[in-house]
Structure formats: C-alpha cells, structure tokens
Design a binder for this molecule. Structure first.
Ligand code: PMP
Length: 349
C-alpha cells in the first residue's frame, strides 16, 4: 500500500440494527405514496442491460431547471461523497491545501488524505461552535481550496452568505459550500444566488437528506462550467447507475410533494429541541439541519444505554476534538422523537 494510505481504516459508522436509527441524519420517514409510486414506475421501466448515460444529462437538465442554472453548470455524482472526492482529486493533491473548519464532516479529511491534499484548519468558538470568521478568512488567503459546510454537520450552524462571498474573494482557488442539509435551513439560506457573480464558488447538494434517498447515492455540484468540466473529466465514467438516475429524476420532478415532509421535520426539530432542553444537565445547540447536537455528562454511556436498553441508535462524537460528551441525534418521525425524549428522560438523573 502507498505510504500515505497506510493509516486509513475502512469507514465503519458503527451501525447496529436497532428499532430506531437516528444516527446518520437520514430522512427516517417513508416517502409520500405519490412520490414512491412515481419512483417505482420509472424504476420498473428502466432497462438494466444498457450502460447508463455517463453524463446523466436528463437528470442534469432537471436539476439545472430547478436551480435556474444551465446543464453545463451541473455535475451529478454517486452521492455527495463521490463529488467531494472528485473535487479534491481535480483541484487538490500534493503541494495544495484545503481549509476546513472542524468539527465538520469527517470525509473531507479522508478524501484529502487519499488525494494527498494538505489539510489546514480554522477553528470555531468553543462554546457556540460557530465559525471563527476572521480565522477562516485569514487562512483562506493562503489556501488553494476552502470547504464551508452550511448547515454544518455535526454542529448544525449556518454560514453567513456575506462570509462566503468574502471567502470567495479572499481565496485564489475554489470555495466549496457543502449544502447537504440546506433544505432544512429555510429560504434565503443557500449560497446559490451568489453563483451568478462568483466564478470560484462551488455548491454541493445531495438527495440523501431532504429527498429521503440516501440509498440511491446521488449528489450534485453546481459551479461555473470550467469547474464542472474538470469534475466531469476525473469522475468514474458510469458511477451514477441507471436506477439512480431514473429514481433521482423522478424525485427531483416530485420535489413539491416532498416539501411538506421537510417542513414537518423542521417543526419536529423545534419540538425535540424544546423537550431536550427541559432535561437536566443537557446543552442543545441550535440547528438549521435535520439533527441536533447535544452535550451531557457521560454521553458515551448514555449512547450505549440508548442502544442496548431502548434500541435507539444515535451518534457519539465524544472522541472528536471540541465535542467532548456530545451526541448527535437525527430528527426522526414524531414517534421516533417521542421515544428518544422518553428514553433520555429516564436516563438523565
Ligand atoms: N456533506 C455532509 C455535510 C454530509 O453530512 C454528508 C452525508 N452525511 C455528505 C456531504 C454526503 O452525503 P451523500 O454522500 O450521502 O450524498
């Protein structure tokens, strides 16, 4: 194995089969029947004997129309993960650097390692866990790439659009805004409108969260056409298979029917937050995503008891720097949220 890859271990999110899984920020609701039927219909009509369209043109056209950009400004990938990897493959590498703001999505550092891209970090406020804007901008001036996650996983905070604009001006390279959870953040939160006048801005989205389609593995990037051309050049030719392209197209077409579901998750997020805040000794950070970050003494033991005694799985971040005693809880269905509230009410002394 190449020396720079030797320390890498296979990704294992530590899934255990539980009654309730609130550990991976998926959409835990079943799709609305009309959406599921539309997906089933196109899947049934999709031939499997032919290779997929390597450019996913029909899907790119639909995504472009919805977001008011051109097809040439869209690249589709096998989940946001593939696009993150391709971003660092195309634009990172030896002697280049990427700036990230931990605690953030762990895959950034992983793909940086795979591509031998140097990782630089700008901190966050230790109490609010929000971005240190001055540190970010100062570091952006000397980095080739910047990744800002908005809303951020696992802290839930939203990046200010003015900051993103300033980061694009400060950085001589590219600024990616990872908007995997943007649909839960409300109108006007997205950096998409900035794309028209910032040619080094890259926006990443996924169908894994609000669209309820994590299993299909579909994400997309929107950026200036020269950036999309580079991302298209390095990708694995048929990485987005025929079933994913067909299902994703149906889902994007049916997005209106998914909006009430997103709205109900946002309502439940507020309810879950209020209920958790009433428990003794707990800190709950505000969130613009479909999860809540919470801190409590003995978090790892509580996470294990939730799993073993209540069959509820949440994500333990206690080992991450700055997130000591923190758990991340996905906002689930009302019943799932009730179950986690009831369990924590029993477990917290
Ligand atoms: N960005 C962030 C911030 C995420 O949390 C995730 C998934 N957890 C992704 C990107 C990638 O999502 P996917 O590969 O499922 O599209």
């Amino acid at each position: 194995m190449q020396p720079h890859l030797r320390s890498i271990e296979p990704y294992d999110p530590n899934f255990t089969a539980t009654r309730i899984n609130l550990s991976a920020n998926e959409n835990t609701h079943p799709l609305p029947a009309s959406v599921r039927e539309a997906v089933d219909e196109v899947l049934a009509a999709t031939p499997l004997n032919r290779y997929p369209d390597p450019m996913s043109d029909a899907l790119r056209d639909e995504i472009a129309a919805v977001n008011d950009v051109s097809r040439a400004q869209v690249c589709v990938g096998n989940g946001g993960d593939e696009l993150l990897y391709n971003f660092l493959l195309a634009f990172g590498g030896r002697n280049r650097s990427v700036l990230i703001c931990p605690p953030c999505f762990s895959e950034y550092a992983f793909f940086a390692q795979l591509t031998e891209t140097n990782v630089r970090t700008a901190g966050r406020d230790p109490r609010t866990l929000t971005l240190d804007e001055e540190a970010l901008l100062a570091c952006a001036r000397t980095c080739d790439l910047v990744i800002v996650t908005s809303p951020n996983n696992p802290t839930g905070d939203l990046a200010d659009l003015g900051l993103i604009e300033r980061a694009c001006h400060a950085c001589h390279g590219l600024v990616m805004v990872d908007e995997a959870y943007i649909e839960f953040a409300g109108e006007d939160a997205s950096a998409l409108p900035l794309l028209a006048h910032l040619d080094n801005l890259v926006i990443l989205r996924t169908l894994s969260k609000a669209y309820g389609a994590a299993g299909t593995r579909c994400g997309y990037v929107m950026a200036a056409t020269d950036i999309i051309d580079a991302l298209s050049a390095v990708r694995q030719i048929y990485s987005v298979n025929v079933l994913t392209q067909a299902a994703a197209l149906a889902l994007v077409r049916k997005r209106g029917a998914l909006e009430p579901l997103t709205a109900s998750i946002v309502t439940e997020r507020a309810r879950l937050q209020r209920a958790l805040e009433e428990l003794p000794g707990i800190t709950v950070w505000p969130s613009s995503a479909n999860f809540l970050l919470v801190r409590m003494a003995g978090a790892t033991a509580i996470r294990n008891r939730l799993r073993d005694e209540y069959s509820i799985l949440v994500r333990d971040f206690s080992a991450a720097a700055g997130l000591e005693d923190c758990l991340r809880i996905t906002v689930g269905t009302p019943e799932e949220n009730d179950a986690v509230i009831a369990a924590l009410t029993e477990l917290l002394p």
